[in-house]
Design a protein around this ligand. Structure first.
Ligand SMILES: CC(C)(COP(=O)(O)OP(=O)(O)OC[C@H]1O[C@@H](n2cnc3c(N)ncnc32)[C@H](O)[C@@H]1OP(=O)(O)O)[C@@H](O)C(=O)NCCC(=O)NCCSC(=O)CCCC(=O)O
Ligand SMILES: Cc1cc2nc3c(=O)[nH]c(=O)nc-3n(C[C@H](O)[C@H](O)[C@H](O)COP(=O)(O)OP(=O)(O)OC[C@H]3O[C@@H](n4cnc5c(N)ncnc54)[C@H](O)[C@@H]3O)c2cc1C
Length: 668
């Protein structure tokens, strides 16, 4: 049977080479080929079917996710897949499970914080999955406040042991993924006590990590350990495939050499030693690494929602303004639909490019750290924290908007959007609450501004070097066309960020107690951080456009996306641009007018731009976002695939409906 492409006309409108854009989106021809291979491996393997997932109850759901993880592991071994290939395989299986934490946090924690000897011992076992680990930092009473962790690790010199203990209910380890049911090991963060003395208690770095067994061979917990799952989470399916766990210790003894000893050590004699040349912030290093990974992947999540909403918008017709009866307008042709959808499409590309840049930054920092050069760590911390916060918040809001952009059908689980929302929303909380992370960025920016004159701002904050110009020269835009120039846009974002940062720094200086000032001004400080991070995203997009980008029309299409992203933000935050005095109301309105022109330039390319994400139908798992656009028959069929439609007589009908119909309620 010939397949009908219901989106063919839309695809024919494309003004650029879609295959070339796929390479740009993937990062390189090799990445495209790799992702394509892994996506199709998953899509064509019956073990990875996922449409029934939201219908499963927790225990079935969890068993199903264990089965998938085992199949994935088998494929990795049978096909001899590399770690990179295995990472993409897990990504396309599209189900949070224990290996995410094992590979994503447990192993990096040992790599970053273990001594050479410890790495030699534990990494081969971990990489072969002979042990499975998780990252147990958060406690019931302390998530953002890492300084408040209460779990203790007390050194017993006589037996050369640490005694790990949970002294209070609030010290219960709470949330670690993979901990509840599966992990054999955990990297656990605890306060160190040697010779009755708390180490680092006066500083911020008052916790240390330990790696050790949780279970006996029959998978019953070791004596003194209480472990379990934290309970059902938001959304059917979604994150419930993960065993986020709880863990308590009752004076559990572990050998001394299970403290991760790169940053500091405790000797056999009970002598506590810090490595002078290694900053304590390294203990936070795993978080920097994971935040970078989140930014690298989040554009895919947003692109998935945008792909679904764009395809459905380009298929579904509604009435025109002149006739309320004859359906003729495609939803995508409503200006209001475009003004909600196209900035999200542009954001997906913007986040992709900033993610690439962040990966580069992190690789560079990692190499420096290995050579004991810690100079760029503050920049890496601020950039990873800020971009994780900015991009995950925008992505989660974007998924919700995409759901609404599809009307009622977006709310159906078969649209793929509700589960995507439910599985993505915790990204605003895990790996650092997004507001708390923005406050870290604000600290970095304010510190950089305060140090002007005696310390040179570097990297993403180097615009602060030109503070004088940015504070005093206002925007030169006179026409709408003036707004579509990369350097002008970047300068506008620099001026806004610099002016907001300086104002906040001046307000902070009025407080005698800086911490009180920081707390009272925290809402403004978050806005400073947002402005700084948006500047990074915009400038990295503009820098991307300065590169050689092959393919007919590809660069032009990306230029439109870049300006849509930037001018949408100018419009959304025009209060900032106006209050700081950088823009006049006329210039702000020119930006908005130019944005509408850009939407009309983007419109013919919309479907081709989402096709360039190269998502398989399996990955999208959306009836309304199907590649062939054959939505309505499949939507109808999906309703009948729901087991609820197996019978016309639901459970409870005879018991609770008959009595109403037959007026016999009194018998109930
Ligand atoms: C918010 C802070 C950073 C505050 O910490 P603090 O000790 O009070 O620090 P401070 O006085 O503000 O700063 C002290 C100093 O440390 C720096 N710093 C802070 N964090 C880092 C870092 N990661 N790398 C490098 N440097 C870092 C700060 O910039 C400060 O530097 P400075 O003194 O100003 O030069 C911290 O508590 C934190 O990171 N909280 C968030 C907790 C978190 O992210 N938990 C993640 C748990 S794991 C997880 O969620 C996994 C989910 C994965 C999944 O399911 O997929
Ligand atoms: C799905 C999921 C998976 C997770 N996986 C892991 C894991 O594998 N390992 C692990 O160790 N942890 C894990 N966590 C825990 C996670 O890291 C924490 O939830 C997170 O760090 C936030 O901490 P919290 O929940 O205590 O929130 P809180 O810190 O209590 O925050 C609650 C509210 O208070 C605000 N707030 C808190 N502190 C401040 C402040 N200083 N200034 C201003 N506002 C503030 C926040 O903005 C937020 O609005 C996971 C969490 C989830 C949801």
């Amino acid at each position: 049977m010939e397949l009908v492409d219901h989106l063919r006309d839309e695809r024919n409108k494309a003004q650029f080479d879609v295959e070339a854009m796929k390479v740009v989106w993937a990062g390189s021809p090799q990445e495209l080929q790799l992702c394509d291979r892994m996506a199709n491996l998953v899509a064509n393997h019956p073990a990875f079917e996922k449409l029934k997932r939201p219908m499963l109850v927790r225990k079935e759901l969890f068993k199903n996710s264990l089965r998938k993880a085992a199949y994935a592991r088998k494929l990795v071994i049978d096909l001899g897949l590399s770690e990179e290939e295995a990472k993409w395989l897990r990504f396309y299986i599209d189900e949070p499970t224990y290996p995410d934490l094992h590979w994503g946090m447990f192993i990096p924690a040992i790599e970053g914080q273990g001594s050479e000897e410890q790495k030699e011992k534990w990494l081969p076992l971990s990489r072969n999955m002979q042990i499975i680990g998780c990252y147990a930092q958060t406690e019931m009473g302390h998530g953002s406040n890492v300084q408040g962790l209460e779990t203790t690790a007390t050194f017993d010199a006589q037996q050369d042991h640490f005694i790990i203990h949970s002294p209070t209910l609030t010290s219960t380890k709470w949330w670690p993924g993979g901990l509840g049911k599966v992990s054999t090991h955990a990297v656990v963060y605890a306060r160190l006590i040697v010779n009755g003395e708390f180490h680092g208690v006066h500083g911020w770095y008052n916790y240390y990590s330990f790696s050790f067994f949780l279970y006996l061979e029959d998978h019953s917990p070791l004596p003194g350990i209480t472990v379990g799952d934290v309970g059902l989470k938001f959304g059917n399916g979604a994150y419930n495939t993960m065993d986020n766990g709880l863990l308590r210790f009752h004076h559990v003894r572990i050998p001394r050499n299970q403290m991760l000893m790169r940053v500091s050590q405790v000797s056999r004699e009970g002598k506590y030693m810090q490595c002078d040349d290694v900053p304590r912030q390294l203990i936070y290093g795993t978080m920097v690494s994971v935040r970078q990974t989140i930014v690298a992947m989040v554009s895919r999540t947003l692109s998935r929602a945008v792909c679904i909403a764009t395809r459905y918008s380009a298929l579904r017709r509604q009435h025109s303004s002149s006739s309320l009866v004859v359906p003729c307008f495609l939803m995508i042709d409503y200006q209001s639909q475009q003004s909600r959808l196209f900035p999200l499409l542009a954001s997906a590309y913007a986040f992709k490019f900033v993610g690439e840049w962040l990966k580069w930054l992190y690789t560079d920092v990692k190499q420096r750290l290995e050579a004991n050069d810690f100079s760029t760590l503050p920049e890496a911390h601020a950039s990873t924290a800020g971009l994780k916060s900015l991009t995950t918040s925008a992505t989660v809001d974007g998924i919700e908007e995409c759901m609404k952009l599809c009307g009622g059908d977006g709310y159906l689980v078969s649209s793929g959007l509700p589960e995507l929302f439910a599985v993505s929303v915790p990204a605003c909380t895990y790996e650092g609450d997004n507001t708390v992370l923005m406050l870290q960025v604000a600290r970095f920016v304010v510190k950089t501004v305060s140090e002007v004159g005696y310390k040179e701002p570097l990297g993403t904050s180097s615009y602060i070097r030109r503070l004088n110009t940015l504070l005093h020269n206002n925007c030169l835009v006179q026409t709408g066309e003036d707004w579509v120039k990369g350097d002008r846009i970047v300068e506008a974002f620099e001026a806004r960020a610099a002016r907001m940062a300086v104002t906040c720094t001046q307000h902070l200086a009025k407080f005698q107690d800086p911490e009180q000032g920081f707390s009272e001004l925290s809402a403004d400080l978050v806005e400073v951080a947002v402005a700084h991070c948006q500047l990074i995203v915009v400038s990295k997009f503009v820098e991307k456009l300065a590169q050689d980008i092959p393919g007919k029309g590809v660069k032009e299409a990306l230029e439109v996306l870049c300006y849509v992203y930037a001018l949408f933000l100018v419009h959304k935050h025009q209060g900032d641009f106006l209050v700081t005095g950088y823009l006049t109301p006329k210039q702000a309105s020119l930006a908005n007018r130019q944005l509408r022109i850009l939407y009309s330039r983007l419109r013919p390319n919309a479907i081709a731009l989402v096709d360039a994400f190269n998502h398989t139908d399996h990955y999208l798992s959306s009836v309304v976002g199907r590649y062939d656009g054959n939505v309505y028959p499949n939507l109808y069929q999906a309703a009948f695939n729901d087991p609820f439609n197996d019978s016309h007589v639901p459970d409870g009908y005879h018991q609770y409906i008959h009595p109403i119909l037959n007026q016999t309620l009194a018998k109930l």
